[in-house]
Design a binder for this molecule. Structure first.
Ligand SMILES: *Cc1c(COP(=O)(O)O)cnc(C)c1O
Length: 394
């Protein structure tokens, strides 16, 4: 079996010559181990016993009644250990790193969610862990920096450029290539050079596999629409991949419109309809008139990335998935609605998917079904919500 390095014209390996050999070695090992039943068994062991899978598919009956539209089901990735879907991918990559005899893992992080997930996996598997994080992000997310340190990781400040996620990815890639003999780069979303987007999908597709079996068990049919938020696109591709071949299922990815697309303060890679190469891949990016990448903005840090995974770019171009966006304000409203109707505090990222779900449900029949991925829990966002609403906590 040979893996394609691209999704249509998107993806690829836009990296320096010496990185190609490292990626090649990674691809060979990835291909070998995903076909190895022992590896699969070990991966499933940790997903079931450590992460707490399978995650429930919950019929949000109160929310459904509140809206009086389509039936809404929530895929509860928020109930995973560490509170989001990211751990699924971390366990997979960490096991691969172990098989490849690496002693050390490297990761980038924005707000710290992938950093915390990687530090967790490193503690579990006894690996040395180095996380690269923009200095500005470290200041904003001091608690997550401390969490990573508690878990035994070393957090390295990145001082280039805007001192945030984009530069952290550059730095992590650079360090990895220097230390590739002993280190493994654990990438946090379905982005970067091949084979990362394919590998991250492989380790997140459990979401869609479970969700499909679960909905068939309770409803005896497929959902009409499935919805997920899109930052780099890992939780979305994890849910979508199992349903792409099911033509009756419409699929929607929701990006962050921030303060509104027209203000320029957003994180929608698709909004400008511009294609470029960065972080080793060809895909849609937010670009200015000189085709330079512009900084993204969203109230939810997990969606705050100026690009999008290359497979999503392809799925958009072939018209299989519809991509849309919702604003900070719409996400906040959805956040409150889920808190009050279901007693579930959702992540602000997931609240974007919920906001679109709530709009769409109103336009659908009562016997139609929406399945939405609740990618994470919102405990981490409570202070952001309080600040946005000018509630003084301390
Ligand atoms: C990181 C994160 C996201 C966005 O990342 P994707 O790769 O697009 O899934 C979404 N939801 C939560 C809870 C996250 O932590």
């Amino acid at each position: 079996m040979k893996l394609s390095k691209t999704f249509g014209e998107f993806g690829g390996q836009y990296v320096p010559e010496k990185t190609l050999a490292v990626l090649d070695d990674l691809e060979k090992n990835f291909m070998h181990y995903i076909q190895d039943p022992e590896f699969k068994k070990e991966y499933m062991y940790y997903l079931n016993n450590y992460v707490g899978r399978p995650s429930p598919l919950y019929y949000a009956e109160n929310l459904t009644k509140h809206l009086n539209g389509a039936k809404i089901y929530l895929k509860r990735e928020d109930l995973n250990h560490t509170g989001a879907h990211k751990i699924n991918n971390v366990i997979g990559q960490m096991l691969l790193a172990k098989k490849m005899n690496k002693k050390k893992v490297i990761a980038e992080t924005g707000a710290g969610q992938h950093g915390v997930a990687t530090a967790t996996g490193a503690a579990l598997f006894g690996m040395e862990c180095h996380v690269y994080m923009g200095e500005e992000d470290m200041r904003k997310q001091a608690l997550n920096v401390y969490r990573m340190e508690l878990l035994g990781a070393k957090v390295h400040p990145v001082t280039e450029g805007t001192k945030s996620l984009k530069e952290a990815v550059d730095k992590a890639l650079e360090v990895w290539v220097e230390e590739c003999d002993e280190s493994f780069y654990v990438l946090g979303s379905a982005v970067g050079p091949h084979p990362y987007p394919t590998m991250v999908k492989e380790f997140q597709k459990i979401i869609g596999e479970e969700a499909k079996a679960q909905i068939l068990a309770v409803e005896n049919r497929l959902p009409d629409t499935i919805i997920a938020c899109v930052g780099g696109g890992s939780n979305a591709i994890g849910l979508f991949s199992e349903f792409i071949k099911d033509e009756s299922v419409s699929i929607v990815g929701v990006e962050a419109a921030g303060k509104g697309i027209a203000t320029g303060m957003h994180s929608s890679a698709f909004a400008m309809n511009k294609i470029s190469t960065l972080h080793g891949m060809k895909t849609y990016f937010m670009l200015d008139d000189n085709d330079e990448v512009v900084p993204s903005y969203s109230i939810s840090s997990g969606l705050d990335y100026p690009g999008v995974g290359p497979e999503h770019a392809y799925l958009k171009d072939i018209d299989r998935v519809t991509y849309t966006s919702v604003t900070d304000e719409e996400a906040f409203n959805a956040f409150h609605t889920l808190c009050k109707t279901e007693g579930i505090i959702p992540a602000l990222e997931s609240s974007h998917a919920l906001a679109y779900t709530m709009k769409l449900a109103l336009t659908m029949k009562k016997d139609e079904i929406i399945l939405v991925n609740l990618s994470g829990r919102g405990d981490k966002d409570v202070h952001t919500v309080a600040e946005f609403e000018q509630v003084k906590l301390f």
